[in-house]
Design a binder for this molecule. Structure first.
Ligand SMILES: [Zn+2]
Ligand SMILES: [Zn+2]
Ligand SMILES: [Zn+2]
Length: 131
């Protein structure tokens, strides 16, 4: 995973540092994460979490899913999300029917599809059972 980061930083004339590498390793390891989680696990300030995330977003290494949820931007692992409004957990969904519907919709509106992101907000199974 070192080469991916080094290449991306070099392309945009940013220097490669140990702190950036540690952050990137954290992103790759954690499927989804929040600002607080990154701050706690990496032991860096909130400001540097924001700074590094902004940089990684510009380099297309990280993707913002929701207000406070990020994930590694891996085009090979495209998926949609369900988000629980109670516990905040994100669940991944991958559905082929959904994607053929999206293609059909784009055709209908003469729209050239580039990317999409779908989040369904609700209450997860665990939280439903807790009530
Ligand atoms: Zn999709
Ligand atoms: Zn929940
Ligand atoms: Zn995800």
């Amino acid at each position: 995973m070192k080469q991916i980061l080094k290449k991306a930083l070099k392309k945009s004339n940013k220097s490669y540092t140990g702190e950036r590498q540690a952050f990137f390793d954290f992103i790759v390891k954690n499927q989804h994460f929040t600002i607080q989680e990154a701050q706690e696990k990496l032991g860096i300030s909130r400001a540097s979490v924001f700074r590094t995330l902004a940089l990684f977003e510009r380099l297309f290494l990280v993707k913002k899913i929701d207000k406070n949820a990020y994930e590694f931007n891996n085009p090979a692992k495209h998926h949609e999300h369900l988000k629980c409004n109670k516990c905040g957990q994100l669940f991944e969904i991958d559905d082929h029917t959904l994607h053929s519907q999206i293609e059909l919709l784009c055709k209908k509106y003469n729209f050239s599809h580039q990317e999409h992101q779908l989040i369904i907000y609700g209450i997860c199974k665990k939280c439903q059972e807790r009530d």
